[in-house]
Design a protein around this ligand. Structure first.
Ligand code: FES
Ligand code: FES
Length: 163
């Protein structure tokens, strides 16, 4: 029997009916809700490709059980760009060419977005820890770290302009 589930997704209230509360947020997003920006890599919480933000924290959606989502707030990569353009983290990846095939990019962007929401001025160590949680098979990480640093400075300048 399907179980109703209500939560916030990208700033909207959603209600879905899930057959298995032990299924994953990753499958719900990609297979049921058509949000395929979140990528499926290892499916065991190891590679970071499926990273989304739940209640402000970066989490691997392949480990997030849908049965534990009631009332929670989920953000996916689809939430980051809008009529005002790209999120600063996305802009930084474009500016610094932080992606090649792009498969790992949504996970990196969401992990960095969560970091900057919590720590607007992270140091190099924090940036490296955040990037380290996401596997990239293409770039060698130099340009991903450049993108992370650029995201910090871009966000800082945008925040300064808003004051
Ligand atoms: S697919 Fe979730 S961590 Fe790899
Ligand atoms: S850009 Fe291809 S896996 Fe990272």
């Amino acid at each position: 029997m399907a179980v109703p589930l209500r939560f916030r997704l990208n700033h909207e209230d959603v209600e879905v009916h899930v057959q298995d509360p032990a299924s994953t947020l990753l499958d719900l997003l990609r297979n049921d809700l058509g949000l395929t920006g979140t990528k499926s890599g290892c499916a065991i919480g190891y590679c970071g490709a499926c990273t989304v933000i739940v209640d402000g924290r970066a989490v691997p959606s392949c480990l997030q059980l849908v049965g534990l989502l009631e009332g929670r707030e989920v953000r996916t990569i689809e939430d980051l760009s809008g009529p005002d353009g790209l999120d600063p983290v996305q802009t930084a990846f474009v500016t610094c060419a932080g992606m090649q095939c792009g498969f790992c990019t949504p996970g990196h962007v969401m992990a960095l977005r969560a970091l900057l929401d919590q720590e607007p001025e992270p140091d190099e160590e924090r940036l490296r820890q955040t990037v380290d949680g996401n596997y990239c098979r293409c770039t060698g990480y130099v340009k991903i770290l450049d993108s992370a640093r650029e995201a910090v400075s871009l966000q800082k300048s945008l925040t300064g302009e808003a004051r």
